[in-house]
Design a protein around this ligand. Structure first.
Ligand code: 5AD
Ligand code: FES
Length: 349
């Protein structure tokens, strides 16, 4: 089955189901995924400086620790000046991509977001800026694009209608989520999507739908991580997802999307101590160290026991450098735009 996936970059639903429900193929999947990754990206691992700039959110997703219904969550907002100085610190540490992530927080108007992005781009012209601020109108997305935003991350979370409704309140819809993703793509962003692994009520069929949706969308980035329960959410009593299934999916995704930028996520590193290293070995090629100011980090808690909440940015950078090296790869400081068949072929001649 692994050879077929390697050769065709695809499998039937039945084959995928079999592959996802056993650990039998894990070793060969990992080997094949690593070979594909090396053929395109070598041992390069891109780093993205993550700036979690607001823990306020108007949404109430049942799985998320910063959902508006969580009265115990501590809320903070970074000022544009604070965000800019985070980026400056990151720049000095070698980061050339900044990911501005936050809850869905209307306090930050389009004008503010645009100003923050263009300030970063003006100050650090060789950097890419990624936004991860949820669902907004196409007009807003266009404004962010004009302000110089390069990339946009918006996980679809689950591509199955019924499953989506079990994870979100009635005010949210999968159709709107997908509308956002298609708009972002049409505008020209490098788009990232993805889903949680092992979220409550998820079936193998749901995961296959996630894969099929990604095949349709063809995102430049694919982020997946295990669901991890948070004690102050309605899902507090659900079991978390596993590293094993997450890693299996990372390998499957690498084989299906040879060129994709796939992070070894913080959630994966939280569920098991060597999760990010194992993510890299399974086909991931991005890590996203935290650049948020140390005093607010402990409040951006989407799930319990999140790692790296007590470290300085410089420590995270050093720590990941060592972890990546130990796994047999190498951090590079290039912007790390997604490669395509053309750019890879072009480089070879
Ligand atoms: N466990 C794991 N991942 C989560 N996210 C949100 N809540 C959780 C949780 N409890 C993920 C979502 C979101 C991303 C920023 O974090 O997939 O898109
Ligand atoms: Fe943050 Fe290791 S990556 S301390």
């Amino acid at each position: 089955m692994t050879e077929e996936l390697l050769r065709d970059g695809n499998l039937s639903d039945g084959e995928l189901k079999a592959l996802l429900e056993t650990d039998e193929y894990d070793a060969e999947l990992r080997t094949a995924a690593d070979a594909v990754r090396r053929s395109i990206y070598g041992t390069d691992v891109y780093i993205r400086g993550l700036i979690e700039f607001t823990s306020c959110c108007k949404n109430d997703c049942f799985y998320c620790g910063i959902r508006c219904g969580n009265r115990r969550a501590v809320r903070y907002r970074l000022t544009p000046g604070q965000i800019l100085s985070c980026a400056g610190l990151g720049y000095d540490l070698g980061f050339r991509t900044f990911v501005l992530q936050g809850g869905e927080d209307p306090y930050y108007t389009d004008d503010m977001i645009c100003r923050i992005v263009s300030d970063i781009k003006n100050r650090h012209g060789d950097c890419a800026v990624t936004l991860s601020i949820g669902e907004r109108s196409k007009e807003s997305y266009r404004a962010y694009w004009r302000a110089g935003t390069d990339r946009y991350l918006l996980r679809h979370e689950t591509a199955a209608e019924d499953h989506y409704r079990r994870l979100h309140p009635g005010s949210m819809s999968l159709a709107e989520r997908k509308r956002c993703l298609w708009d972002l793509k049409e505008i020209g962003f490098q788009v990232g999507s993805g889903f949680m692994v092992g979220s409550p009520y998820q079936t193998t069929e749901n995961l296959i739908e996630d894969i099929r949706f990604l095949q349709e969308l063809q995102p430049a980035m694919i982020g997946i991580g295990p669901f991890i329960s948070h004690k102050d959410t309605p899902f507090r009593d659900f079991k978390s997802g596993t590293a094993e299934l997450t890693l299996r999916l990372v390998s499957v995704l690498r084989l299906m999307f040879p060129y994709a930028l796939i992070p070894a996520t913080t959630a994966l590193g939280t569920i098991t101590p060597d999760g990010r290293e194992r993510g890299l070995s399974a086909g991931a090629n991005v890590v996203m160290p935290n650049l948020s100011p140390t005093d607010v980090r402990k409040y951006y808690l989407l799930y319990d026991n999140k790692i790296c909440t007590g470290d300085e940015a410089a420590e995270c950078r050093r720590c990941l450098e060592a972890r990546v090296a130990l796994a047999g790869y190498r951090i590079v400081t290039a912007r790390g735009d997604v490669k395509t068949q053309d750019t890879v072929r072009g480089a070879a001649v």
